[in-house]
Design a protein around this ligand. Structure first.
Ligand SMILES: Cc1cc2nc3c(=O)[nH]c(=O)nc-3n(C[C@H](O)[C@H](O)[C@H](O)COP(=O)(O)OP(=O)(O)OC[C@H]3O[C@@H](n4cnc5c(N)ncnc54)[C@H](O)[C@@H]3O)c2cc1C
Length: 465
């Protein structure tokens, strides 16, 4: 192996690699998992990625692609005990072109989401994917996970922003699918196989994205949801009154809001009322959006759905509301083991899910903390359960089994937008029919017969090659 690694270093050149001990932050993910690798490869061009992959394929070495390492499902670092090369896309960070006339941007995979958002804004355009990790997550990672985020309601998921891709396949071949066509029915639309594939089918090196007209005016409302059972009804009202101007519709737990205000003193308390649930909505458009938002605000009060609310009156107030939203991440607030779901259910079954899940969890562990926050406008809620510490080992499996079964009985998914990685890999298998799982295996085996691309992620270990 020492000789092989020496050859690999030579192939990558002096700037193209780091020793694992010199790149600790590449090897620790957001869940705190610390891992090891043979070498951290940092190629700067598609050709170098291709040479690296070809070399690894010839030597049967596993490759774990990594963008910003902000995923929350154990996806972008090698599994414990695996001998793999970690392939960081961080040096492939060139903005190749922002074309305002064509409404497209062509970029390398290691460009940060925020960098592309800013470049698009300068050209009076919007790069749609947006979430709290925007300053660290890369566009390649966003596509490899098909990230969702805060404005899926208005623009769709990351998948819907991709026009073309360049991918290095697991044998080192480069597929140049960098097209910018709206329509192209000339066969299978192969780019979609790589979107959401979590680095298991190839390495995305360059991308063409769709841009949208900028929405210079926005206003947000944070409101107390007085009657949870009417969440769906209020969402319908917001959609009817806001139309395309409704960009985001989020549910925030009162527990999380209080914890965030306590922990981050720079955040301003938006409402005096302390409630179990709040809604956070954003309307955006070219012109004044205050009229439909005010209409919604009034209707919510008249119909007894809302009991207190604030409408942002300045950019600073609006930012404060969204900063509160970004601090809803639960693991920072509870010092207990965490069980988690990235729930997707049909929008109008969200309340049923929340009510039934709590009943089922408490039947197993009466003192468990249930915590839910999310993009309920698109049917997605991040659901966590913190069991009583002393009973965690005993109750975790039954709680997972009950809540998973509940989600499936509602026609939902346990993996909405964060992806499968290594965290959900076993539970996801149970969500798929044999037919569906077999099709996934066939795809994986066709592209990556040796199973060298991000083994053990997305598909169970035995299916990796
Ligand atoms: C504060 C915070 C908020 C978040 N909010 C959201 C949210 O609202 N919605 C959401 O969807 N996610 C969210 N995330 C999760 C995360 O930001 C996304 O999953 C993101 O898309 C990961 O991008 P990344 O560049 O960090 O990829 P990484 O974490 O480095 O990698 C993710 C996966 O993609 C693969 N990969 C990365 N780059 C490539 C490439 N070039 N070619 C092939 N495979 C590649 C990796 O192997 C891995 O499987 C959040 C994370 C944080 C920390």
């Amino acid at each position: 192996m020492a000789d092989t690694l020496a050859q690999l270093k030579e192939l990558l050149g002096p700037d193209g690699w780091l020793l694992p001990e010199d790149g600790a932050h590449f090897l620790q993910d957001i869940l705190g998992t610390e891992t090891a690798c043979l070498l951290i490869a940092r190629p700067a061009t598609t050709e170098q990625v291709s040479d690296l992959v070809r070399f690894c394929a010839a030597h049967g070495i596993a490759i774990v692609p990594q963008g910003g390492n902000t995923n929350v499902c154990g996806m972008a670092v090698p599994l414990s005990g695996q001998s793999a090369v970690l392939l960081s896309l961080s040096r492939m960070n060139r903005l190749i072109e922002v074309n305002a006339a064509a409404n497209t941007a062509t970029v390398e995979a290691g460009v940060l989401m925020q960098t592309l958002q800013d470049a698009a804004a300068e050209a009076n355009r919007v790069f749609a994917p947006d979430w709290g990790a925007r300053g660290t997550a890369t566009v390649g990672g966003a596509v490899a996970t098909n990230g969702g985020g805060l404005n899926v309601l208005r623009y769709g998921t990351t998948r819907e922003q991709v026009l073309g891709l360049e991918v290095v396949l697991p044998d080192g071949t480069v597929w140049n699918g960098l097209r910018s066509l709206i329509k192209d029915n000339s066969g299978y639309d192969l780019k979609h196989l790589f979107i959401g594939s979590e680095g298991t089918l190839g390495v995305i090196t360059r991308l063409v994205f769709k841009l949208h007209p900028r929405q210079p005016v926005s206003q947000s409302m944070m409101a107390v949801l007085d009657d949870m059972s009417r969440l769906g009804e209020f969402f319908d009202m917001a959609r009817d009154m806001g139309g395309q101007q409704l960009v985001a519709f989020e549910l925030l737990p009162g527990l999380g809001v209080e914890k965030a205000l306590l922990r981050y003193p720079d955040l301003q308390r938006p409402l005096e009322t302390r409630a179990d649930w709040y809604l956070l909505l954003k309307f955006a458009g070219r012109d004044d959006v205050s009229a439909p938002l005010l209409e919604l605000f009034e209707a919510g009060f008249e119909q007894g759905i809302l009991s207190d609310a604030v409408l942002s009156q300045s950019l600073a107030q609006e930012q404060n509301l969204w900063e509160i939203r970004e601090q809803m991440i639960p693991h920072q607030y509870f010092q207990r083991p965490m069980l988690k779901w990235d729930v997707s259910v049909p929008v109008h079954r969200m309340v049923e899910f929340l009510e039934c899940a709590e009943v089922e969890v408490r039947a197993i562990d009466a003192d468990a903390i249930c915590y839910a926050v999310g993009h309920v406008g698109d049917g997605n809620i991040h659901y966590s359960v913190f069991p009583t510490e002393a009973r965690a080992d005993e109750v975790s499996s039954p709680i997972y089994a009950q809540v998973d079964a509940l989600i499936w009985s509602l026609g939902g998914s346990i993996v909405a937008e964060h992806g499968v990685g290594s965290v959900f890999v076993d539970r996801m298998r149970r969500q798929k029919s044999d037919v569906e799982y077999r099709m996934m295996q066939i795809l994986k085996h066709s592209f990556d017969p040796q199973g060298i691309m991000n083994p053990g992620k997305l598909l169970q270990g035995d299916d990796a090659g």
